[in-house]
Design a protein around this ligand. Structure first.
Ligand code: MG
Length: 323
């Protein structure tokens, strides 16, 4: 049973409360409180030592990334950051580790304007759970279920950088030295597209952040929207570092590895022009990689024929930690 089957079988239930606009199954839940001007977006993520980060990972990076993955989910909803809770399981109160963790955590919290408002600390194997809250205007959230046939499919920034960092660190890839620092930074300290997500409100018809790989995450969006997609892998936004690695690794790291924390989103043809007008608010760049089609499933092609990636994405209960 994978992560998604587990949730569906054991934890998906009808809502008791009309305030729950959107429950399990998107990047964040949406709560519309009576009388409130904004809708609340709520998301949570856990990082476990030995699964999501190694014992040797700098504490700064663990703190930064634990928050970044949550901010990325707020970004995917088009939400503004509001506040977060921190739950820490610690084997011991190691002051040096905690200082590094705190510095990484608040480096990002301060950069995006998130306040720490509570949490819990317990003794146990090292694990970090963060619950982040954001706000979005009523009805404005970017959900996974709004894509329609004819919409264009876009991704922000660059794909596959974190995968290259992962392969490089594992000794499974050699890269020219000028590229090494940037791909490791993309793996360890991804910058969530929080400003881009907000800029896409009113433009994008659906959005998701790429945490488990483009193929898997776009697959979730397609399923939620009841549509399919056709992507041209030659249009994937790849860096110079990736171009240097591509003879060895092909396209799969950009397609099926997670941890990029870019946004994948769809735009109706009538709003493509408006997206182009947003360029100054999307400094990371956005790339049209294909189109939404009627039916189900994702088809990848290279302009000549169908392309089949090696596997369908990173799934924590399936094959932890490997590409
Ligand atoms: Mg997500």
């Amino acid at each position: 049973m994978d992560e998604f089957g587990l949730i569906e079988e054991f934890f998906t239930r009808p809502a008791h409360r009309p305030e729950v606009v959107l429950g399990i199954g998107d990047d964040a839940a949406l709560l519309a409180l009576a009388g409130a001007a904004d809708t609340l977006a709520v998301t949570t993520d856990t990082l476990v030592e030995g699964v999501h980060f190694s014992r040797s990972a700098p504490a700064f990076d663990v703190g930064y990334k634990a928050l970044a993955v949550n901010v990325s989910d707020l970004a995917a909803m088009g939400a503004r950051p509001l506040a977060f809770f921190l739950n820490l399981a610690l084997p011991a109160a190691d002051a040096e580790w905690l200082a590094g963790f705190r510095d990484g955590l608040f480096a990002l919290a301060d950069a995006v304007g998130l306040d720490l408002i509570g949490g819990d600390t317990v003794r146990g194997p090292l694990a970090v759970t963060i619950t982040a809250l954001g706000t979005v205007a009523p009805g404005a959230a970017l959900r996974r279920d709004g894509a329609r046939p004819g919409d264009r499919v876009y991704v922000s920034g660059l794909l596959g950088e974190a995968a290259l960092g992962f392969l490089l660190r594992g000794g499974r890839l050699s890269l020219p030295s000028q590229f090494q620092e940037s791909v490791l930074a993309r793996l360890d300290r991804p910058w969530p597209r929080i400003h881009e997500g907000q800029a896409l409100v009113g433009i994008a018809s659906a959005a998701i952040d790429i945490s488990d790989g483009l193929v898997a995450d776009l697959g979730h969006l397609l399923k939620a929207s009841g549509v399919g997609a056709r992507l041209n892998i030659r249009r994937l936004p790849l860096s110079d570092a990736y171009a240097a690695a591509r003879p060895a690794v092909g396209y799969d790291p950009a397609l099926v590895f997670g941890d990029d924390y870019e946004l994948c989103f769809t735009v109706p043809p009538a709003r493509v022009q408006a997206l182009a007008g947003l360029a100054s608010r999307l400094p990371c760049g956005v790339r049209d990689i294909g189109e939404i089609v009627a039916g189900a499933g994702l088809t990848l092609h290279d302009g000549e024929g169908v392309y089949t990636p090696s596997r369908a994405g990173y799934n924590h209960f399936d094959d932890p930690g490997s590409l």
